[in-house]
Design a protein around this ligand. Structure first.
Ligand SMILES: Nc1ncnc2c1ncn2[C@@H]1O[C@H](COP(=O)(O)OP(=O)(O)OP(=O)(O)O)[C@@H](O)[C@H]1O
Ligand SMILES: [Mg+2]
Length: 277
């Protein structure tokens, strides 16, 4: 078989020629907690929707924060990603329509690691579940829990790219090296195309030397992988989910929304640069 047959189909340029549209699947991963994985999944998603793109956000975290941030209570959800991954329920059955479409999570998902661990193909459950909807969306964005367990591995196997949010205050380079090691194991064994697409500095405070230094250290270690967009620190990001909204809806003209619009632009520009390479 020609090598090209083994490579993924090129993606349609987002927002222009829609045929053949195959979603780009981006996982947001960092095993450190509280670095803005969920905030980034929802708000980048909302910014892409604002640009006319079709977005599915997958809540792969048993904490259900992404689900909550669109106003749904994970405790009141009957069927969730747990049923999709473990009982092969079609993902379309649990997708809810919010600002972005969300494949919802509930606390049940905490049992998925154990339930999946004895199943054949346990690392590919999410990849398989996404197959029927990959042509219905331009982007599938996967929010992962703060660990490198089987749920996150499922996300990395299903993904074409990974965006790693990193909190500028508590930079953990060791954590990033561990994530890279996991990714190279996944590339060798399960998904040859997955790569870090960008490292996103979050909670950046340009007045603080510490924040600026953190970005410098990231650049010294990861070079061009560090995205140009900086997500600055503002309380808007904590306020919006309480209302069940993205910052783009909560405060459409504020700088918090603009920063995720900038990120959307950078992600789309990166995609077309790769297509034209
Ligand atoms: N740029 C920011 N400035 C200030 N606060 C932020 C920013 N981004 C996110 N936050 C807040 O920080 C907290 C953690 O963010 P978030 O839940 O997105 O992180 P996470 O990486 O998904 O966490 P977990 O690992 O627990 O899933 C939330 O209360 C969120 O509202
Ligand atoms: Mg989260």
């Amino acid at each position: 078989m020609a090598l090209t047959r083994l490579l993924p189909r090129p993606h349609a340029r987002a927002g222009t020629d829609r045929e053949p549209a195959v979603a780009r699947v981006i996982a947001f991963a960092n095993q450190k907690g509280g670095v803005a994985k969920t905030t980034t999944t929802l708000n980048l998603g909302a910014a892409l929707v604002e640009k006319g793109l079709r977005v599915l956000a997958v809540d792969l975290d048993p904490q259900g924060n992404l689900t909550m941030s669109q106003g749904w209570n994970p405790d009141e959800i009957d069927r969730s990603m747990f049923d999709v991954l473990v009982h092969k329920l079609p993902i379309t059955e649990i997708i809810r329509n919010g600002e972005v479409d969300v494949a919802v999570s509930s606390i049940d998902l905490a049992g998925a690691e154990l339930a999946l661990s004895s199943m054949i193909g346990r690392e590919r459950a999410l990849e398989k579940a996404l197959l029927p909807v990959r042509e219905s969306y331009d982007f599938v964005l996967i929010d992962t829990p703060p660990s490198l367990g089987l749920l996150t591995i499922n996300a990395l196997v299903a993904a074409t790219g990974v965006i790693v949010p990193v909190q500028c205050e508590y930079l953990s380079l060791r954590g990033l090296v561990q994530l890279e090691n996991t990714l190279s194991m996944i590339r060798e064994n399960l998904n040859p195309v997955v790569e870090i697409q960008g490292i996103l500095p979050t909670m950046y405070d340009k007045r603080l030397l510490h924040s600026r230094e953190a970005v410098e250290i990231l650049k010294e270690n990861f070079g061009d992988l560090v995205l140009n967009t900086r997500i600055r620190k503002t309380v808007r990001y904590a306020e919006a989910p309480v209302k069940g909204q993205s910052v783009l809806k909560y405060d459409p003209t504020g700088e918090a929304a603009d920063m995720y619009r900038d990120l959307a632009k950078e992600v789309l520009d990166g995609a077309s640069a790769r297509l034209n390479a």
